[in-house]
Design a protein around this ligand. Structure first.
Ligand SMILES: [Zn+2]
Length: 144
C-alpha cells in the first residue's frame, strides 16, 4: 500500500469516528493527518523526480560508456601507433627498386621483402625478390 493510500485510509477512519475537531485531541489528530497527507504527496513527487533523475542518469551513463570506449580505444591506438612508428623507424628499413617494366621507382619496407614480392603501383607488374640475394649483397658491401 502506498503511503498516500495509507493516509487516505487514516482520513477515512478519522471521519468515520466522527472526530470532533473542535476538541484538543481531535484537532491534533486532524492536524497530524494533514501533515501526513502533505508528507505523502511530497514523497510521491520526490519519487517521481528520482525516477526521472535515474532515467537521466542511465542515459548519461550510457553516453559516458560510449565516450569511454572512444577515449580509451583512441588513447591505446595513439600509444600503439607511436610505438608502431617508432618500431618502423628503428627496426624496419625502407627499400627502393626500379620496376623493369615501367621504370617507376617503387618504395617498400621489410615486410614486403619477406613476402618476396611487390606489385608495382604504377603498372601493376609483380616484382619478385630473392631475400637471400639481397642480404648477401649487403654483407658483401660491408665486407668489402
Ligand atoms: Zn611498373
Amino acid at each position: 500500500m502506498e503511503i498516500t493510500e495509507k493516509v487516505a485510509y487514516l482520513k477515512g477512519l478519522a471521519e468515520g469516528m466522527d472526530l470532533d475537531t473542535d476538541k484538543k485531541v481531535g484537532k491534533l489528530l486532524a492536524a497530524v493527518i494533514d501533515v501526513l497527507d502533505d508528507v505523502a504527496l511530497e514523497l510521491e513527487d520526490i519519487k517521481d523526480e528520482q525516477a526521472e533523475l535515474a532515467d537521466g542518469l542511465d542515459a548519461v551513463s550510457d553516453d559516458l560508456e560510449d565516450v569511454e570506449d572512444l577515449v580509451f580505444e583512441t588513447g591505446e591506438d595513439d600509444e600503439d601507433d607511436g610505438y608502431y612508428y617508432d618500431d618502423l623507424e628503428e627496426d624496419e628499413e625502407c627499400y627502393a627498386t626500379t620496376c623493369p617494366t615501367c621504370e617507376e621507382t617503387i618504395y617498400f619496407d621489410e615486410s614486403v621483402l619477406e613476402d618476396g614480392e611487390v606489385i608495382c603501383p604504377n603498372c601493376g607488374e609483380k616484382l619478385e625478390f630473392d631475400l637471400d640475394g639481397l642480404e648477401e649483397d649487403a654483407d658483401g658491401e660491408d665486407g668489402n
